[in-house]
Write a protein that binds this ligand. Sequence first.
Ligand code: DAH
Length: 348
Amino acid sequence: MTLDDLATLRQEAERSLERVHDLESLQAWDRDVIGAKGSLTAFLRGLGKASPEDRPALGRAANDVKTALVTAFDARKAELQSAALDARLATDAVDVTLPGRKPTIGVDHPVSQMIRELSDIFALMGFQTAFGPEVETGHYNFDLLNIPSDHPARDVWDTMIVDTPNSEIVLRTHTSPMQARVMEKTTPPVRVIVPGRVYRYEAQDASHEWMFHQLEGLAVDERITLADLKGVLREMARQLFGPNRRIRFRCDFFPFVEPGVDFAVDCMICNGAGCRVCKQTGWLEMGGAGMVHPSVLEGVGYDSEKYTGFAFGLGIDRIVMQRYGINDVRAFAGNDLRFLQQFAVASR
Ligand code: DAH
């Protein structure tokens, strides 16, 4: 046990530390040299056997060696740890400068946007918005609307029938059945609009879908006249298409109104002069309307001598098509995101 032995021990320990290239072998080195059973620890323990004259110098030197080796160990450990971290970062590399992935936020369908807009417009005129069933009974879809089973008008609505054994169940062909449903639950005055899907068994083309959207309107009270109907529709047209819009009524027949009309708004593009949007007619066809037929009022138990009312039904899809210049109604239910995403801006 000499200073030379100590110097050799130190040299060997330092050399083998140089050969350590990972944390695992560093641990082994720790165990072999400075750990409880390491060579340096054994040397320190053996000091008791050294001669009393040599002991102090040997002890000091051994402690110096220990300090040096522990320091070298710590430095090597830090080095290896940071190298290990670098390696992990290099393999799991994330480029934090890349733009984040945009979450896809849903937007309202353009038809839904229009329904909301129309609800707002009619709310200002005192109309509530109601929604009704899309699967309807023949009773509401036809009978209460003055369209009895043998009435030829029943053929006009090419109806999709739900296959049921006893009762007549249909996909509603119009929003009009809600007229009776609302009146049955209300004592006049009634002021309601009913937007929603309707179904007809129809060949599809650019302007026909077997599912489309209507908005029904109904007002019943004492002394309601055709002038009220015209005023309400004109106001709707002004709110939708801008000031100075005019409304045109022409005679038409619907079994549940008397008199019945079709109504149109003068074209907001050409102010009625004729253009591509209105197909040179100057008018945009909106739907049907009229004064609620006395039989319809009586059918829900209203006194038709006391109450009168107007009703109208308009096509929502066509209004949206005109507003955005959409030339194919099939785009609405086609589920093409490129089409739908164009309306993201409009709804925010
Ligand atoms: N329900 C009719 C249709 O689908 C439209 C309609 C016409 C509704 C006249 C009405 C009305 O309320 O008064 O063709």
